[in-house]
Structures are given as C-alpha cells and as structure tokens.
Design a protein around this ligand. Structure first.
Ligand SMILES: N[C@@H](CCC(=O)N[C@@H](CS)C(=O)NCC(=O)O)C(=O)O
Length: 268
C-alpha cells in the first residue's frame, strides 16, 4: 500500500507538490529536487516489499542488484549469503528457489529466481522510475536483446574454462578438453572486443541498457581473473568507464573489495 491512499491531508499536499513540480519542470532548478523527493519516497515504498538473497561475486546476483539500483529501488530487504558456508542451501532460500541457487528474489508474492527474468521484470514494472534501460528504437532494442542473450554464452564459456576442475570430476578430466575450453573462451572474448569496437561505447550502442546491467558483471569477472587490458582495449575502456557508475559502485561485490584478483586469464 502506498503512502497516499488513505490520508486526505497528505493527499492534498501531494497534489499541491505535484502541481508545483510541473510548474517548475521547465523553468526552475528546483525541479530535480522535487523529482528526487518523489522518486525516493516512491521507491522506498515499493522496495520495502522486495527481498533479495544473494552471494558476493556471483554475476547472476550482481545483475539483479544493479537493476534494483538503476531503477532507484534501494531499501529492499537484502541478505548476503555465503556459498562457502553452504548458506544458499538453507530452508529460507529453498522456500523461494527450490534449486537452492542464488539469486532468490521476491517482490510481494511474486517470485523471480532467474536473474534475466528479474532484470527484465524490474524494467517493465518500473518503466518510468530511475534510469530507462530499454530503448524504444527498434534497432537498438534488437541489439540489446541480442547482446543480453549472447551474454549467456559468454558466461557459460567463462565457467567452463575457469571452473573446469570444479565442475568435472577428477577421473573425467582431460588436458585436451581444458585446452579447448580455454581456446573457446578466448575466441568468445575476442568477439565481444569486436562488438564494442563496432557498436560501442555500451554493449548495445550509445546508451546504457539492460544488456549492460546483465553482461557487465560477466565482463568484470573476466578482469577479476586477470584479463589483459592491453590485449582487449575496448573491453578495458568499457569496464573502466562502467565500473564508476553509481549503480555498479553501490553493488560492487564486497568480497572483491579487500581481496586480490587472480591471474588465470593474463596470457589471453
Ligand atoms: N539461472 C540462474 C543461475 C543462478 C546460478 O547459477 N547461481 C549460482 C551462483 S552464480 C549458484 O547459486 N550456485 C550454487 C549452486 O548451484 O548450488 C540465474 O541466472 O539467475
């Protein structure tokens, strides 16, 4: 329930304030203040009935957090869980996500466990709140969806190469398979370098969209694992610009802040 539904005094003030904002819209520097005031009150109300269970450094979790920040939905119930301690297998996660995976996200009674679904849902439900993340233009929209879903392949190839020993039991491992996975990841990363060269500065062109919300955490993961900035200058420029965006800074994986990265990808 919103702040405005039953209280006539508040409703009167709200209408007056709205009209004042409208009047200021074109002529006054006070407008941004009015706008922020409204969207903050609104987002706090909307975000209170949202819950996110997440794990630090997980790209699927991080993208949902970025979407929440971009849509000005700070103030949701946020609970960081430890994969190492097996907290994602707890009953409270299973109640939302029977796979015992993170993210586990709930908005009121609506459950969204798929990170892509949660990001698209947030943009759809809060279209005019926070930053617009889906372009109206047909070609830009198509490119956004294309890059978003190609992000699945990038993440899959990353996981297959970097976590080969985690996913494949010892007696099933082959050096040739590990080598092939590494080559496939390298070719995939080159593809993304080319995309940015052709249609940057963002992943779907001139503006920050859901493609960036969704794929940036995967690109950040590559650099966390030592991707060489000199070999991939477009990806590096993209990474270094987008990482300073408020939504990214505010949701940066806490466990990355005080631990060094790794260098598995330094020879790429
Ligand atoms: N399809 C899910 C995948 C989520 C996912 O793979 N989460 C991983 C962390 S990155 C997880 O919870 N792994 C623990 C497990 O599977 O037990 C999404 O994109 O939201």
């Amino acid at each position: 329930m919103g702040l405005t539904s039953t209280n006539p005094v508040f409703e009167g003030w709200r209408l007056l304030y709205k009209q004042t904002c409208k009047a200021f819209q074109t002529q006054s520097s006070l407008f941004p203040f009015c706008y922020c005031w409204e969207s903050t009150a609104h987002s706090a109300t909307m975000a209170k009935d949202m819950t996110l269970f997440w794990g630090s450094g997980s790209p699927p979790c991080w993208r949902v957090m970025i979407a929440l920040e971009e849509k000005n939905l700070q103030g949701y119930n946020s609970k960081m869980l430890s994969f190492e301690k097996g907290e994602h297998k707890s009953k409270e996660v299973a109640a939302i996500n029977p796979r015992g995976q993170l993210p586990a996200f709930k908005h009121g009674d609506v459950v969204l466990n798929e990170s892509y679904g949660a990001c698209i849902y947030l943009e759809e439900q809060f279209k005019s709140q926070g930053n617009k993340l889906a372009p109206d233009n047909k070609a830009e929209s198509a490119l956004m969806y294309q890059r978003m879903f190609e992000g699945l392949t990038l993440f899959q190839k990353l996981a297959q190469s970097l976590f080969y020993t985690r996913f494949v039991p010892e007696n099933e491992r082959h050096d040739s398979a590990q080598k092939r996975n590494t080559e496939e990841l390298k070719a995939e990363v080159k593809l993304w370098e080319g995309y940015l060269q052709k249609t940057g500065p963002y992943l779907a062109g001139k503006s920050f969209t859901l493609a960036d919300v969704i794929v940036f955490p995967v690109i950040a993961f590559l650099f966390r694992f030592g991707l060489n900035e000199e070999h991939f200058p477009k990806l590096a420029a993209y990474y270094n610009t987008v990482k300073d965006r408020p939504s990214i800074k505010n949701s940066w994986p806490p466990t990355w802040k005080d631990t060094p990265g790794q260098n598995a990808l330094k020879d790429f």
